[in-house]
Ligand binder design. Structure first.
Ligand SMILES: *Cc1c(COP(=O)(O)O)cnc(C)c1O
Length: 359
């Protein structure tokens, strides 16, 4: 058995025992009536959560990076504008190039957001037919102003608007329809609070039409095939049925709590964490762009984060070091999924207890 450590890391996250139980169900055929009913139920709840009206919700049996690749293969024709502000958005830019696409990065310094007006300035050149935006840059704790970016994109109806909401979806409200998003995706091991291995992918009808005319979409992430099978409440290949069952249960729990209540709870935890961090350290993101689902904290005291984490682990908890090039300069506390304010306060109290022993 793996030892249970309570995760305050931005994916995988702490998984509620009821959700773990929901993974342990008997198997059914993915071509049978039971699966079709499960598929329909789960998908329709996701449509409600994301406000998907003129579009589809697909379930990918892959981690979220698969959906990043799918967006490029299906929707990037002419040239991609990759908005980058940290490690995951940079990865998406690499994926575009690795798939042989012409792509330019609009890069900002880590800790800053991608600015709507800067995106607009680049789109005005007419060079692009696809733009990639990471809503919540998990490496820097920056939340991009998606509603304002959507306002800019509305002026460019020929540009596919691709949004990675991997670490924000279900923790923050996202309005797929109103914001005119073409493809929006998340991995369930983040704010959904499930074990990894499944991605939720919403695709607009017009994006499906574009995909149908795109050459060499590949096989596993061909959106046209996903649509064809979704018409029968199925997936093209064998899906991770146990996780879909757990997602169905989790969505029921969320609906019982109320999506708005869940968003409010996440924001309340973010505020508590920011207040704590502001008194002891500083926040990594530019003010006003702090993520709601995780706090990236600037290590202004130069503490050894690996030692802090080792001490936390002895007490049954774990946080994340900074990501990549900001590894020692920052650390991250996730407050998403089923973590509660009480859990967070306990963690912060533990850190306060450990801090004097580190300096
Ligand atoms: C975690 C993460 C990814 C990658 O997800 P995987 O499920 O590990 O493939 C992509 N984008 C963001 C913003 C993430 O937080």
């Amino acid at each position: 058995m793996l030892k249970h450590v309570k995760l305050f890391t931005p994916g995988p996250v702490e998984v509620d025992p009821e959700i773990l139980q929901a993974c342990a169900v008997p198997m059914v055929s993915h071509r049978g009536k039971e699966y079709e009913a499960l598929h329909r139920r789960t998908r329709d709840k996701l449509r409600t959560m994301l406000n998907v009206v003129s579009g589809r919700v697909f379930l990918f049996t892959s981690s979220a990076t698969g959906a990043m690749e799918a967006s490029i293969r299906n929707l990037a024709g002419k040239r991609v504008l990759s908005c980058t502000c940290g490690a995951f958005s940079e990865r998406w830019h690499e994926i575009a190039k690795e798939n042989g696409r012409e792509a330019d990065a609009y890069a900002v310094e880590w800790g800053q957001p991608n600015r709507p007006e800067e995106i607009g300035r680049r789109l005005a050149t007419g060079k692009y037919d696809c733009v990639t935006v990471v809503h919540n840059e998990t490496s820097t704790g920056v939340m991009n102003p998606l509603a304002d970016i959507a306002d800019v994109l509305r002026k460019y109806p020929d540009v596919s608007f691709c949004v990675d909401a991997v670490s924000s979806m279900s923790g923050v409200e996202i309005d797929f329809e109103k914001w005119g998003i073409d493809i929006l995706f998340a991995g369930v091991q983040k704010a959904f609070g499930l074990p990894p291995g499944l991605s939720v992918v919403a695709v607009r009808d017009r994006a499906l039409q574009k995909a149908a005319s795109m050459p060499a979409r590949g096989h596993y992430f061909d959106l046209v095939q996903f649509k064809k099978y979704d018409d029968k409440n199925q997936t093209p290949e064998t899906p991770v049925i146990s996780l879909i069952h757990a997602l169905d249960v989790q969505l029921d729990r969320m609906m019982k709590e109320g999506f708005a209540a869940r968003y409010a709870k996440t924001l309340e935890m973010a505020r508590a964490c920011r207040a704590w961090a502001g008194e002891r350290f500083a926040l990594f993101p530019e003010k006003g762009y702090e993520s709601v689902t995780l706090s990236a904290i600037r290590n202004t005291r130069g503490i050894p984060v690996d030692r802090l984490n080792a001490e936390l682990k002895k007490r049954g908890c774990e946080i994340s070091e900074g990501y990549g090039k900001i590894k020692s300069l920052s650390f991250r506390i996730a407050h998403m999924a089923d973590i509660t304010l009480k859990d967070l306060r306990e963690l912060l109290a533990m850190i306060d207890e450990i801090l004097p022993t580190l300096q």
